[in-house]
Design a protein around this ligand. Structure first.
Ligand code: SAM
Length: 279
């Protein structure tokens, strides 16, 4: 059957290169090229962008990105078994795909790319959250990337877009929404992947804000939210007690009842408190 790019279907690629999925590398592959092209489109226009893809595997999403017109793709893959399959894609798109064999946690792929940069990836579940936190906490803001379009387990995606009072609301939602517009743009059932994982997945699209949504010192905001959510069901006057003897006054000055709990406080409220305790 003809594919969208004239390269062999992914099932044939996987069989030809004997790419038996390895669980310890979080290998759940997307084999439907119409689906990977659709995920690529969720990142918006790619024709004027370099794209970073973490974990291309046999290259399903990589092919989607290239079909959708990405100017250049840098694909960082830990598993050397995938390199021959990726080399075939690179040959089909001369000068547009660079593959680096390495650990995305250790190399600085953004050094290989020319802005504007978008990150698009079906992330390995074991490093996905940590990579997201790194991308959300660069040394300077705005970061070098414009947007992140990332596949996560559904539960992680829900933690990123969560609102106060919901079960998933916590530090990840606050960090992501402080610096980005974050939305779930696609839901995928386990059967969309080979092998099928136990859980559902979702694609989150994060567009960076030029400046954080509300002013606050990042280190203070991080410390406050860590203390507050470490004891998320306690009243803030108790969970933040070790901040200092005047914490109740500070909470009141920031417009927050000292009896409120972390999960009830909006991002705006935490930023107001961070500014208040900084004075
Ligand atoms: N993008 C492919 C797809 O959608 O079919 C594969 C996605 S699979 C969920 C995750 C990929 O990340 C695997 O190919 C795995 O080998 C790779 N990987 C795992 N840990 C990695 C790491 N630390 N750095 C780079 N790649 C990694």
């Amino acid at each position: 059957m003809a594919t969208i790019d004239g390269l062999p279907p992914l099932r044939e690629v996987i069989a030809a290169h004997d790419l038996v999925a390895r669980k310890q590398l979080g290998q759940n592959f997307l084999l439907d090229l119409n689906l990977t092209a659709k995920i690529a489109r969720m990142a918006g226009d790619l024709s004027a962008c370099d794209v970073l893809e973490v974990g291309p595997g046999p290259g399903g999403l990589t092919r989607g990105l290239l079909v959708e017109g990405a100017r250049r793709v840098l694909a960082v893959e830990k598993d050397p078994r995938c390199l021959p399959a990726l080399a075939e894609i690179a040959a089909r798109y001369p000068g547009r795909l660079e593959v680096v064999n390495g650990d995305a946690m250790e190399i600085d792929p953004l050094a290989h790319l020319t802005p504007p940069i978008k990150v698009v990836a079906n992330l390995p579940y074991n490093v996905g959250t940590e990579l997201l936190i790194r991308w959300l906490t660069p040394k300077i803001w705005p970061p070098v990337w414009q947007s992140l379009t990332l596949m996560f387990q559904k539960e992680v995606a829900e933690r990123i877009v969560a609102k106060p009072r919901g079960d998933h609301y916590g530090r990840l939602a606050l960090l992501a929404q402080w610096r980005c517009e974050a939305k779930i743009v696609m839901h995928l059932p386990p059967e969309a992947f080979t092998p099928a994982p136990k859980v559902h997945s979702a694609v989150v699209h994060l567009t960076r804000l030029e400046a954080p949504r509300y002013p606050a010192n990042e280190a203070i905001l991080q410390r406050l939210t860590a203390m507050a959510f470490n004891q998320r069901r306690k009243m803030l006057r108790s969970s933040l007690k070790s901040w200092g003897p005047d914490i109740e006054d500070r909470l009141l000055a920031a417009g927050i009842p000292p009896t409120a709990r972390a999960e009830e406080i909006s991002l705006e409220g935490f930023c107001a408190l961070a500014r208040e305790v900084a004075t």
